[in-house]
Design a protein around this ligand. Structure first.
Ligand code: 9WN
Length: 406
């Protein structure tokens, strides 16, 4: 029943070659959404999953970056802010895009799509594009310590996480001068504040004005983003082997980034962000700090410490992972990435626990199914009451629950 409903949502949000995250709030193609959606679509239509990923990579830039939004030219101007007229960017394919990126979870998705229905031709097509995506990060975003930076909170995928409060406060911004479109669909208590948006637009504008080359006042090494990069190298190793190429460089790069993360981002049971400019650790209680559990070769003692934190501070025995630890001053159970549970974060940590602590993974799988059964495929959920928030019929909530059920 739930699986059938999930497919209904994915079908309703399909736009011919990709899936919108949500019809009204996010009417274009988003980068990491497409990866999660492909993982779910692989369960009932691997062909659709392959098309989803290939259409996203069709808008890849010459420098290898995969833009975080690919705009649908048929959607009326002003339906989403900031739209193509703000970003002023175009892929070589001609598509209007944004100029920033999102966590590179796509190689992981491509491998899962291949597992659902082996297709070496698909792997051969997508592999060089996935390699170029990683290469862009190494070239444009790597610090001397070997970690990848994000240059905008939107690049973390966890826009208004309290983890970014300090670096974001340093961004000087005037009034936006544009009407926010998100508030036409969702209550202001469940979204970032106007002050956040002023800074988001100022940062994006500053990056845009350098031709998307030089970071503005925000450059941060995020544990989720770096974990996705490392997990991508592990997935690329599998893909390389499957198409008859040498997996060794990918294994080596996965090991290298895992070690760099442990050395520079880990402290006291959790991974943290780090300010790329000052090198200062941005200690916080964000669930992003647990996502490195997706790294296959994380040292055992770190895995155990992360599991301890997940149990004590994130209370995952309740079945859902809050995006920020309850019991902290910043925690807000209804405001976007400041506490609510999201299916994608819970699913990532579930992946990391599946082979290490199947008992806990099962609790999370049950929790995700319970959340959507109680409240529908909402965008995010109160971790305690399971009340749904944000938009309805949200694609990755449907896709990832479908993955669990199949
Ligand atoms: C900005 C589409 C995206 C997700 C992000 C989520 C939200 C956009 C917004 O929606 O961000 O990219 O307008 O708030 O934070 O993770 O990819 O679902």
């Amino acid at each position: 029943m739930i699986a059938r409903e999930a497919v209904r949502v994915l079908v309703a949000n399909w736009d011919g070659s990709y899936t919108v995250p949500s019809r009204r709030l996010y009417p274009h193609q988003w980068s990491w959404d497409s990866a999660f959606i492909a993982i779910g679509n692989a369960r009932w239509s691997p062909r659709r999953a392959r098309i989803e990923l290939l259409s996203l990579f069709g808008a890849q830039w010459r420098d290898g970056r995969v833009p975080h939004i690919v705009f649908n030219p048929d959607v009326p101007e002003g339906a989403y802010f900031p739209g193509p007229e703000f970003w002023e960017a175009r892929a070589p394919s001609g598509s209007a895009t944004s100029g920033i990126v999102q966590p590179p979870v796509h190689a992981m998705a491509a491998w899962q799509v291949h597992l659902a229905e082996p297709d070496p031709a698909f792997l051969r097509r997508i592999y060089p594009r996935l390699v170029a995506q990683q290469q862009f990060l190494r070239t444009a975003r790597q610090s001397p310590e070997g970690l990848m930076s994000i240059v905008h909170p939107w690049e973390s995928g966890m826009d208004n996480s309290p983890a970014w409060d300090i670096p974001l406060a340093a961004v000087v911004a005037g009034p936006m001068g544009v009407r926010r479109r998100d508030l036409a669909h969702v209550s202001p208590d469940e979204r970032p504040t106007d002050r956040d948006y002023e800074r988001y637009t100022a940062l994006a504008r500053a990056y845009r004005d350098t031709g998307y080359r030089r970071a503005g006042a925000f450059a941060v090494e995020d544990p989720l983003f770096n974990a996705a990069y490392g997990a991508a190298e592990s997935a690329l190793a599998k893909i390389a082997s499957a198409v008859g190429l040498d997996p060794a460089p990918h294994h080596a790069e996965a090991a290298r980034i895992t070690a760099a993360m442990v050395e520079h981002l880990y402290d006291d049971g959790l991974f943290h962000g780090r300010d790329a400019g000052s090198g200062i650790l941005l200690r916080s209680s964000s669930a992003a700090g647990l996502v490195p559990l997706i790294l296959p070769d994380l040292p055992r003692e770190i895995v155990n410490a992360l599991i301890g934190t997940a149990l004590d501070r994130f209370e995952i025995k309740r079945g859902l992972l809050p995006s920020f630890a309850p019991g902290t001053a910043e925690f807000d159970p209804a405001r976007y990435w400041r506490g609510p549970s999201w299916i994608n974060l819970t699913w990532l940590v579930w992946q990391g626990l599946r082979h290490r602590r199947p008992d806990l993974a099962e609790l999370l799988a049950d929790g995700m199914v319970r959340a959507v059964t109680t409240s529908g495929f909402r965008e995010y959920f109160d971790p305690f009451t399971l009340e749904g928030h944000g938009c309805r019929d949200f694609s990755w909530s449907a896709a990832l629950v479908l993955d669990l059920l199949c």
